[in-house]
Design a protein. Structure first.
Length: 246
């Protein structure tokens, strides 16, 4: 198990009693000293404390010794929640499941469906490579000090096989980011804006092959349609041009 943000061990201690090993990620060194004392007091010896930010962790070094993928758990700092989701998606070869607490609004975005206001980049990324399940809503009154927002716990189960994989996954993610970066624009304009070097004919031809109407907006596309468009552009060698546009 990998625990993100172990704090003083309220979750770490009971978790360690249930699993073979826990990697407890906690960047605050003052807190980790207190955590070590708590583990010692409870006779817990199967916890490795990692004093760094989760986004700087090497997940392969945790998963490979056991020859098993990690299961991730944690109450995420809300200011990096989106970054953590993207990080786990990009390193999902080392992770089978993540059960995480998010600000409720973000939790709704993670499982949003096409055609809704909440649907966005993270919705597509997770829909592409995982199943998400809403487990429980957590009222702000459950915390002290009380935050200004409610929370929700989401389970993310990463797929071992993707039914319609992208030819170039990194390009797919770049394409999705670009499309939602200009979500009020039609797709043909949103993609053209990030790569002035791409001709109208090249882009139009890709839309035809992908069977995607270029006048649609990002929020209307299913993940399969994003993949089709990404693969159509990749087959023409356009992925490098779009990716290089930043």
């Amino acid at each position: 198990m990998l625990e993100i943000g172990s704090g003083l061990g309220a979750l770490t201690v009971p978790l360690a009693r249930l699993v073979k090993h826990v990697y407890a990620v906690e960047p605050d060194r003052q807190v980790t000293q207190l955590l070590r004392n708590e583990l010692l007091a409870n006779g817990i010896t199967n916890v490795t404390i990692i004093e760094t930010d989760i986004l700087a962790c090497d997940l392969s070094s945790m998963a490979e010794p056991a020859a098993l993928p990690l299961k991730v758990i944690g109450n995420l700092p809300y200011h990096i929640s989106s970054q953590v989701v993207v990080y786990l998606v990009n390193h999902r070869q080392f992770v089978s499941r993540a059960v995480l607490m998010f600000q409720k609004e973000l939790a709704l975005r993670l499982s949003a469906r096409p055609g809704t206001k909440m649907y966005g980049r993270l919705s597509v990324l997770l829909s592409y490579c995982s199943h998400t399940t809403s487990l429980v809503d957590v009222d702000a009154a459950s915390f002290y000090p009380r935050p200004g927002v409610d929370s929700a716990v989401i389970a993310i189960d990463f797929l071992s096989t993707i039914a319609q994989p992208a030819t170039d996954e990194s390009f797919l993610f770049t394409l999705v980011q670009a499309a939602f970066g200009k979500r009020r624009k039609m797709l043909k304009n949103a993609l053209k804006d990030i790569n002035p070097g791409m001709s109208d004919n090249q882009l139009a031809s890709a839309f035809v092959d992908a069977r995607v109407d270029p006048s649609r907006r990002a929020e209307t596309l299913r993940v399969e349609e994003f993949v089709s468009l990404s693969n159509a552009l990749t087959s023409r060698g356009e992925s490098n041009m779009v990716s290089n546009s930043g």
